[in-house]
Design a protein around this ligand. Sequence first.
Ligand code: ADP
Length: 457
Amino acid sequence: MTTATTRRLTLASYDPANGQQLGEVEITPVDQITSIVASARRAQEDWGAHHLDARADALRPLADRLRDRRDEAANLITAEMGKTLREAQGEIDAMTEGLNAELRSITQALQPEHFESDGIRSIQHQDPLGVVAAITPWNYPMMMPHWLLIPALVAGNAVILKPSEETPLCGAFYASLFDGLLPANVLQTVQGADDQGKALVEADIDLIAFTGSRETGRKVLAAAAQGIKRAILELGSKDPLIVLNDADIDDAVAFAARSSFANAGQACVSTERIYVHHTLYNTFLDKLVSAAVATHAGDGRNPDHTLGPMVNARQRDHVLAQIADAKARGARVLHGVTTQGNTLQPVVIADFTHEMDLARIETFGPVAAVRSFNDDEQAIQLANDSDLGLGAAVFGEPEHAETIAARLKVGMVGINKSVGSAHGCPWVGARQSSYGFHSSREGHRQFAQTRVVSRLI
Ligand code: ADP
């Protein structure tokens, strides 16, 4: 350890609603990361030797801890990344309510499986993999670490969490909920930004579970390639919503507003492109503008606000630049664009085209971009005209919508709803939106090492 000679550096955290400093954390010196990983590897040997059920049981108290500290956790999320308090409470509640089912589905996924054929009996085991690096984003600053840590830990791995540099306090808070539940060093936190992330993925780890931008995902994958390390990457998307001629227009508009504006559009499956059948187009736009007018953005602590500020000025400026590009190329801005600090009132844009940045590059802002289509073939062609493909939604008569869903190059499609699926399904993307996936039996097994033992019967 080089603590005595290392200069102490801190990472400050700011409230995006008012710019005030909320606190700071100590940045993990890059030259300490090797020894952190080594201590994780030693701790993993003991943790991985615990029975699978014992590992799941060790994490059960998290639900009560989350419940007991719900308000504190939600207030911190709102203060640090801006989403409304209601959205932050929803983030915590989803973690709390889903924990038992999640633990059950992970332990089921990791049971040994028996096979027999040709006079051979084989058992397929799911062993711990080793040390997992979880590198997480700021948009769901507690839920994203949770999604990765729970399957990684139950599988018997040690985990090193690197929260986003935008939300270090949320990362530290979430990690502290595990205090006393795990043996020492099974879960450790590295704080910092690119340098710490880079050092971590280059260290002696076995799996990188990463959620973030495609640009950083590329770097992570390149680093993983050097050590032939396993990687699960969940990257950006450009999710389309298709509104067919037989859609219930009010349902479609309500979904479009919710899915474009929630979390200030800063969600990996938020709707980023809306294609509406030409017979419904003008009515859809009128109704969507009314929904936007009824959506008030501002400090997420104020219950009158249904939309919080964007996470920072850089993200706000990225969204404003896309809107300016769309306007310059002939799109019509029907509502929004008033800014105050990092807060952007919800934006409705009509007549976007696929030459615009708005159609090609992830927006990650409260923008509903709409254009019309003439027939189903054109809707499918437009929806598939992207190199990203996490989710999609199709609104229309269900049988009709299913025929469209069958031809979309995405990982998850919601019919007359969001992409949220029944329990047991994976969270999965197509094309450049993901590499590997998580949740589901197969997803949970990505945090484990499969080992097959065979003998003659
Ligand atoms: P966003 O733009 O959503 O903040 P990024 O992709 O920039 O997402 O960052 C996601 C996470 O990856 C953050 O925790 C960040 O610190 C980390 N990171 C940045 N650069 C690297 C890198 N070269 N290797 C590993 N992690 C990195």
